[in-house]
Design a protein around this ligand. Structure first.
Ligand SMILES: C[S@@+](CC[C@H](N)C(=O)[O-])C[C@H]1O[C@@H](n2cnc3c(N)ncnc32)[C@H](O)[C@@H]1O
Length: 240
C-alpha cells in the first residue's frame, strides 16, 4: 500500500467510526434520553461544582448564549431566566431538542434550537455569541479539535467558552474494599461501548492533556480549570 492509499484508508476508517458513533449515540438519546442518567444541568456543572459557588458566567444580562448538547433544555431554562438577549441550543438528538422546546415553552421561555452533531456545520452564526457553553456534552464529540474550532468561530472576539465533562481519571479508578484501584489505562482513548438501561452508548476517554492542547491549538486562553471532589468520600478513603 502506498502512503497515499494508507492515508485514504485511515481517513475512511475515521469517517466510518464517526458515523457509527453518531448513529449509536443519537439512537440512545432519541430512545432513552436522560431517563437513566438524569439531567446534569445548571446551576450544576456536575456533582460537586455549581455556578452559584464558582460564578463562571457572572451576570449574563443582555448577552447572547449558545449551548452545545443542550439535552432537555434545563440549562437553557437557567439562563433564560436571567435576562439574556438571545438563547440558542443545539443537540444531535431530535427527541432531546423536542423535549427542550416543550420544557422551555412550559417555562414561558424560548430559544433557537438546532438538531445537529456538534462536529458539523449547521448554520450557527459566526462571531456572534458572548458565551458558548456545554454541560456534560463536549466529550461525546468524535472530533475534539474540529468542535473547538467551530465553537471558537461562533464566539465574538473576547467571548467565553465554558464547559464541564467527566474527569478522565474517574474512568480509570474504582473504589474496592475501601481502596482505590486502577482498572483502566489512562492512556487508552479508543472508543468503547457502554450498556446503560438496556441501551448502548459509544464513548472515548480522552486524557486531560488532549483537552488542554486542543484548546490551545484553537487559540483559547484557559482562565480556570476546576477539579473538585466530595470531601466526605475523600477523607473516608484517606482514613482507611
Ligand atoms: C448528558 S447529556 C447533557 C445535556 C444536558 N446537560 C442534560 O443533562 O440534559 C448529553 C447530550 O449531548 C448530546 N450529544 C451527544 N453527542 C452529541 C454530538 N455529537 N453533537 C451534539 N450533541 C450530542 C446528547 O443528545 C445529549 O442530549
Amino acid at each position: 500500500m502506498t502512503a497515499e492509499e494508507m492515508e485514504k484508508t485511515i481517513r475512511e476508517d475515521h469517517h466510518d467510526e464517526k458515523y457509527s458513533v453518531y448513529k449509536t449515540n443519537s439512537f440512545y438519546w432519541n430512545t432513552k434520553g436522560n431517563d437513566f442518567l438524569g439531567a446534569i444541568a445548571l446551576p450544576f456543572y456536575g456533582a460537586f461544582i455549581s455556578e452559584e459557588k464558582c460564578h463562571l458566567f457572572g451576570d449574563v444580562t443582555g448577552k447572547k448564549l449558545l449551548e452545545i448538547g443542550c439535552g432537555n433544555g434545563q440549562s437553557l431554562q437557567y439562563h433564560g431566566e436571567r435576562n439574556v438577549s438571545e438563547l440558542w441550543g443545539m443537540d444531535i438528538s431530535e427527541k432531546q431538542i423536542a423535549k427542550a422546546k416543550q420544557h422551555l415553552t412550559e417555562c414561558g421561555l424560548s430559544a433557537k434550537l438546532i438538531c445537529s452533531p456538534m462536529e458539523e456545520d449547521c448554520g450557527i452564526p459566526e462571531d456572534y455569541f458572548d458565551f458558548v457553553y456545554s454541560i456534560y456534552a463536549i466529550g461525546w464529540t468524535t472530533d475534539l479539535d474540529g468542535t473547538f474550532y467551530r465553537i471558537a468561530s461562533y464566539l465574538k472576539k473576547d467571548g467565553f467558552f465554558i464547559f464541564s465533562w467527566s474527569h478522565p481519571i474517574h474512568k480509570c479508578v474504582a473504589a474496592e474494599n475501601d481502596m482505590l484501584t486502577f482498572n483502566k489505562c489512562y492512556f487508552d482513548e479508543s472508543w468503547y461501548s457502554v450498556s446503560l438501561d438496556g441501551g448502548v452508548l459509544s464513548l472515548s476517554d480522552r486524557k486531560l492533556s488532549i483537552y488542554v492542547n486542543a484548546l490551545a491549538k484553537t487559540g483559547f486562553v484557559i482562565e480556570q480549570m476546576i477539579e473538585e471532589s466530595d470531601d466526605d468520600l475523600f477523607s473516608c478513603i484517606l482514613r482507611s
